[in-house]
Design a protein around this ligand. Structure first.
Ligand code: GLN
Ligand code: ZN
Length: 757
C-alpha cells in the first residue's frame, strides 16, 4: 500500500456540473432531486478517480452543495432565529442565499484564499443539536462503491473561531456544547466500520492564537481521542505553520497531524518533538493551492529532511491543503502553449504527483511508465529554469539596476501644482471607473473574441460606448470623467492578456463561493509590457471632452493577488515586475496627456499574511511595488488609487506611505465612523469616501447623500474630500446609475451652496 493521504478534493466538477445543477434548481427549472443526483455522480466520479490514482486515505464529507462551514452549521443545528421555520434544503440554501424576506448569513473569505465560507451565527438561543445525516450518508455512499473513506469534519476551535455571536458573547463559551455533539457524532460513526480515520480541519491553528484559545485544544482533543479505540484522529492545519497548537496536540492521544510544508515551512521546527511523541506526520509537501508542477528533486530533498526525524511508518505524503483551491484537470486545456502547460498541475494531475512521490519517498519500485514520468519531471524542472519564454534576461537586468524609486516631489508640493493645473473644486465629483456593462458591450466583446467581428468593428462599438459614457457624465455634471471600461471583462484579466508572462486557461475554474467560480490568470514567466495597454481608450475618451478624463489601471498587488503566481521566484519579485510594466503605462498615459491616473488596488489587503510577524515584510514589498508602478508620474500628474475596503485602521500607515494623491474607498455603509482613522493619523492626501453603496440596486436620494457628505465634512476638511460612489458601476443598470449620479451631483451643489451661504 502506498502511503499517502488526501486532505480534500474540488467538488464543482470537471465541467462545473455542480454549478449548473444548483443554478437550474434555483431558477426552478429542475428539482432538488436533480441536484442530489448530480452531486452523487460527482462524488462517485471523484472517489473513483482518487482510488484509481492510488490515494490511500480518500476523504468523504469534503463534498458540499455550497460550503463545508455551512454544512457544519447544519450538523450542529446552528440556525439563526429568522430561519427557524424552514427545514431541509430550503433552510440550507436560505442560510447561504437569503430568502425574499430574510437576509442570508454573512459570507467571508476563507483565510488568505479566494474561497468564501458562510459565517455561522451564534446566539444565546442557539439550540445545539446533532444532525449527522450528511456525514454518515457520504461515508455509506462511498462504502457502497467499495471505497472506505477518511471522514472530514470541521474542527471545533476553527468552527467557533470563525463564527460570530449576535449577542456579542464570547463564541468559545459554546465549546462544551459543540464538544458534546462531536462526541455523540463520533459514537455514531464508530458503528459504521472498523478502523475509522477522522480528520478535524483546524486551519485556525495557523493564526496567532491567544493563550485562552490554545488552552482549549488539549481538553477537546483528549476527549475526542478517547471516544473509541476504533477511531484514529487526524488534526489538519494548512496555509501556515501551526507550531503552538501542534505542541499541545503532541500531548494528546491524536493519531496524526497533517501539516503544510509549503506555506508553513516553520512546521519543520517541531520535527524533533513530533518524533519524540511518535505521532504520524501527514506531510503536505505538494502545493495544494497553486497550479505549478512539483519539482520532484526538491520534494525528495524536503522529504529527506522530514525523514531524518520521522520514521517511514509514521509518514504519509500529502498536499499542503485541500485541492479545493485548484482547477480540476489540465487535460482539457488544448489551447495553452505547450511549454506553459508542461509546468502546470491541477487537481487530477496532483493526485498523480502524490502517488509518484510516495513511491519515490518510500523506495518502492517504479514501473517503466513511472520511471519515464520522473525523468520527464526532471527535464521540465530544468527547462523552467532556462526557458527563454519564462526568463527574460533583459528585464532581469533592468530590475536589478533599479534603485529605490520614488516619484519626484513631496505631496505638499505636488498637490499645489496639481490643483493649479486641474483647477477642480473642493468636493470634486468623480466615479471609480467602470460604467454598466450592457448586453451589447458583452456581445461585442464575445463576438470579437470568437473572431465573428473585425477588430475595427469591435473598436467602433467600444468607442461608441465611451462616447455615450462621456456625454452622459458631462450631462449629469460630473467633474472628473472616466472612459467607463467597456473593453474590460475583468480588471485583472484585461491587463494579464496584454502582458508577457501571463497565460489564460479555458476551463481552469475554481470555486469562489457556492456555485460561483473564478478563472484566475496564470503568471508563469517574467512579466513585461510589449506595448501600451490603455492609452488609446483613454485618449479617445479625452478627445470627446474638455473635462478631465482619469486614466484607469489595475495595480501590481491586485494583479498579483488575483492570479495564480509562479512558485519558482518570490511573489515580491513578480509583483515588482508587474509594477515596472505598469510604470511604463503610467508614463505613456501622461505623455499622451492623461494626467490624472487611477491605479486600483482593490485586493491590496487580501494578500496580508496570516501571521503577524510576516506582515511587515508583505507591506514593505507591496508598498514598494505600488510606488514603483507610479514612480514615473510627474509632479503635475495626479495619482489616484481605489481600495474596496472600509476598514483601514490596521493598515492606515501603509496607506499613507503609498502616497497616492487621492484615494477613493468604500466607507459608504458606516456614516463617517470608519473615516475617523484618517483624521486621527493626520492623513494629508485627498480622500474620496464612497457616498453611496453600489452593491445594491437602490438609488440613494439627494437628501441622503447631502447628509452623508455633511458627515464626512465633520471628519475631514472639504479641501481634502472628493465625492464619488463607493466602487465601480459595472454591475449596475444604467437606469440606476443615471439617477444615482444625478442625485450625487445635486447633493454636492447643495452642500457647496450651504458652505458659501
Ligand atoms: N476601476 C474598477 C471599476 O470601477 C475598480 C473595481 C474594483 O475596485 N473592484 O470597476
Ligand atoms: Zn472597489
Amino acid at each position: 500500500m502506498s502511503k499517502n493521504y488526501l486532505i480534500g478534493f474540488p467538488r464543482i466538477g470537471e465541467n462545473r456540473e455542480l454549478k449548473r445543477a444548483l443554478e437550474s434548481y434555483w431558477a426552478n427549472e429542475t428539482t432538488y432531486n436533480d441536484v442530489l443526483e448530480a452531486a452523487s455522480s460527482l462524488k462517485e466520479k471523484h472517489w473513483k478517480e482518487q482510488n484509481a490514482a492510488g490515494i490511500c486515505y480518500i476523504p468523504s464529507n469534503d463534498f458540499s452543495l455550497y460550503d463545508n462551514i455551512l454544512d457544519t452549521s447544519i450538523l450542529l443545528n446552528v440556525i439563526p432565529k429568522r430561519f427557524e421555520n424552514l427545514e431541509n434544503e430550503e433552510l440550507y440554501f436560505a442560510l447561504a442565499r437569503g430568502t425574499k424576506e430574510e437576509q442570508a448569513c454573512e459570507m467571508t473569505k476563507w483565510f488568505n484564499t479566494n474561497y468564501h465560507y458562510i459565517v455561522p451565527e451564534l446566539s444565546k438561543d442557539t439550540n445545539f443539536k446533532l444532525n449527522s445525516k450528511k456525514v454518515v450518508d457520504e461515508f455509506k455512499e462511498a462504502k457502497a462503491l467499495g471505497i472506505k473513506t477518511k471522514i472530514n469534519l470541521t474542527g471545533i476551535i476553527t468552527y467557533l473561531g470563525l463564527s460570530k455571536s449576535v449577542d456579542n458573547e464570547d463564541v468559545y463559551l459554546n465549546v462544551n456544547k459543540v464538544l458534546d455533539l462531536y462526541v455523540e457524532l463520533l459514537k455514531e460513526l464508530d458503528t459504521l466500520d472498523d478502523n475509522l480515520v477522522i480528520q478535524f480541519d483546524e486551519p485556525l491553528f495557523v493564526k496567532d492564537l491567544d493563550s485562552k484559545v490554545l488552552s482549549l485544544i488539549k481538553p477537546i482533543y483528549d476527549t475526542l481521542s478517547k471516544v473509541s479505540k476504533n477511531i484514529k484522529i487526524v488534526v489538519s492545519t494548512y496555509f501556515e505553520h501551526s507550531n503552538e497548537a501542534s505542541k499541545i496536540l503532541l500531548t494528546t492521544p491524536v493519531w496524526a497531524l497533517s501539516l503544510d510544508f509549503i506555506y508553513g515551512l516553520n512546521n519543520l521546527d517541531i520535527l524533533q518533538e513530533l518524533k519524540d511523541s511518535n505521532k504520524v506526520v501527514i506531510a503536505g509537501v505538494i502545493d495544494g493551492r497553486n497550479v505549478f508542477k512539483s519539482d520532484f528533486n526538491e520534494k525528495i530533498k524536503l522529504l529527506n529532511t522530514i525523514k531524518t526525524y520521522i520514521k517511514e511508518e509514521n509518514l504519509l505524503i500529502s498536499t499542503s491543503c485541500s485541492l479545493l483551491h485548484v482547477p480540476y484537470t489540465l487535460e482539457v486545456e488544448d489551447k495553452l502553449n505547450i511549454e506553459v502547460k508542461e509546468c502546470l498541475s491541477f487537481a487530477r494531475e496532483k493526485l498523480n504527483e502524490i502517488r509518484l512521490l510516495s513511491i519515490l519517498c518510500f523506495n518502492k519500485r517504479l514501473n517503466q511508465k513511472d520511471q519515464e514520468e520522473i525523468i520527464k519531471n526532471k527535464k521540465i524542472s530544468e527547462n523552467r529554469k532556462k526557458s527563454s519564454q519564462i526568463n527574460n534576461l533583459k528585464l532581469q537586468k533592468e530590475l536589478n539596476s533599479l534603485s529605490l524609486v520614488e516619484r519626484v516631489g513631496a505631496y505638499e508640493e505636488r498637490i499645489k501644482v496639481q490643483k493649479a493645473f486641474f483647477k477642480y473644486d473642493d468636493l470634486a465629483t468623480t466615479t471609480i471607473g467602470s460604467f454598466p456593462q450592457t448586453k451589447e458591450v458583452r456581445a461585442s466583446r464575445l463576438a470579437y473574441k470568437r473572431k465573428e467581428i473585425s477588430k475595427e468593428e469591435y473598436e467602433n462599438d467600444m468607442k461608441q460606448y465611451i462616447k455615450d459614457c462621456i456625454s452622459f457624465q458631462e450631462e449629469v455634471g460630473l467633474e472628473v470623467l472616466v472612459h467607463g471600461e467597456p473593453e474590460r471583462n475583468d480588471m485583472v484579466e484585461y491587463f494579464g492578456e496584454q502582458l508577457e508572462g501571463f497565460a489564460f486557461s479555458q476551463y481552469a475554474w475554481v470555486q469562489s463561493y457556492g456555485s460561483r467560480c473564478v478563472k484566475p490568470p496564470l503568471i508563469y514567466g517574467d512579466v513585461s509590457r510589449p506595448k501600451a495597454m490603455t492609452v488609446s481608450w483613454s485618449t479617445y475618451a479625452q478627445e470627446q471632452t474638455k473635462k478631465i478624463v482619469k486614466g484607469m489601471l489595475t495595480g501590481p498587488v491586485t494583479i498579483l493577488n488575483w492570479s495564480f503566481v509562479r512558485d519558482d521566484i518570490p511573489r515580491s519579485e513578480v509583483s515588482k515586475q508587474i509594477a515596472l510594466a505598469l510604470s511604463y503605462e503610467v508614463d505613456d498615459l501622461q505623455k499622451a496627456g492623461i494626467k490624472m491616473i487611477q491605479v486600483d488596488e482593490a485586493a491590496f489587503k487580501e494578500g496580508y499574511p496570516l501571521r503577524v510577524k510576516n506582515i511587515k515584510e508583505y507591506e514593505s514589498w507591496a508598498l514598494k511595488s505600488f510606488k514603483l508602478s507610479v514612480s514615473k508620474a510627474h509632479k503635475d500628474t495626479q495619482i489616484h488609487t481605489h481600495m474596496c475596503y472600509s476598514q483601514f485602521n490596521d493598515i492606515i500607515t501603509t496607506i499613507e506611505e503609498m502616497d497616492a494623491d487621492v484615494i477613493t474607498i468604500e466607507t459608504s455603509r458606516s456614516g463617517n465612523k470608519l473615516l475617523q482613522i484618517f483624521k486621527e493619523v493626520g492623513y494629508k492626501q485627498e480622500v474620496g469616501p464612497g457616498v453611496y453603496d453600489i452593491h445594491s440596486p437602490r438609488v440613494p436620494s439627494v437628501e441622503e447623500i447631502v447628509k452623508q457628505i455633511n458627515l464626512l465634512k465633520e471628519v475631514l476638511p472639504v479641501t481634502q474630500l472628493w465625492i464619488n460612489p463607493d466602487c465601480g458601476l459595472k454591475t449596475r443598470k444604467w437606469k440606476e446609475v443615471k439617477e444615482s449620479l444625478k442625485n450625487l451631483v445635486e447633493a454636492v451643489s447643495i452642500v457647496r451652496a450651504q458652505k458659501s451661504a
